[in-house]
Design a protein around this ligand. Structure first.
Ligand code: MN
Length: 150
């Protein structure tokens, strides 16, 4: 199942994060961006795809304007209810540190292939047409994508 990796990494008796039970949401697709102050500050970009949140860790602030390209390293799918999660993951747990919602909203999927996702974000900070495209750049080439506004 899509959430197996997510659930395996965490002990839900010790972290306030959701275990992942909700199977479906409304008709509109959601996205969320978490600001995660873990061992390294990063942003987690999450798009609802097939009733989970497909997730990417982005080492720098998300691209609010055209011309900025961000490396986005795909991580494990997260449950839909993670979109509402914010708080502190206690020490000794996976992803220890503070998690805040940096932006959230709905999005419209324009196209999706194995290597490219085109979508329109309707958030507070991020609005407009975006692309995620597979790249072999970075230290995890099989998980690396580039994320930018078009
Ligand atoms: Mn994270």
């Amino acid at each position: 199942m899509a959430l197996k990796t997510y659930q395996k990494k965490r002990n839900f008796k010790k972290t306030p994060e959701p275990a992942g039970k909700i199977k479906a949401s409304g008709k509109k697709l959601i996205f969320v961006i978490h600001r995660h102050e873990a061992s390294h500050l990063h942003y987690d970009f999450r798009l609802q795809i097939n009733n989970v949140l497909r997730s990417w860790a982005v080492p720098k602030e998300p691209p609010a304007e055209k011309g900025i390209k961000r490396l986005a390293v795909q991580v494990e799918d997260h449950p839909l209810e993670y979109a509402k999660f914010h708080g502190v993951i206690p020490e000794g747990n996976y992803g220890t540190g503070s998690v805040k919602i940096w932006d959230a909203g709905f999005y419209e999927l324009k196209s999706k292939t194995k290597n490219k996702i085109e979508f329109i974000l309707q958030g507070k900070k991020l609005k407009g047409n975006y692309v995620l495209i597979k790249t072999s750049y970075g230290s995890k080439p099989d998980k690396s994508w580039l994320w930018f506004k078009v």
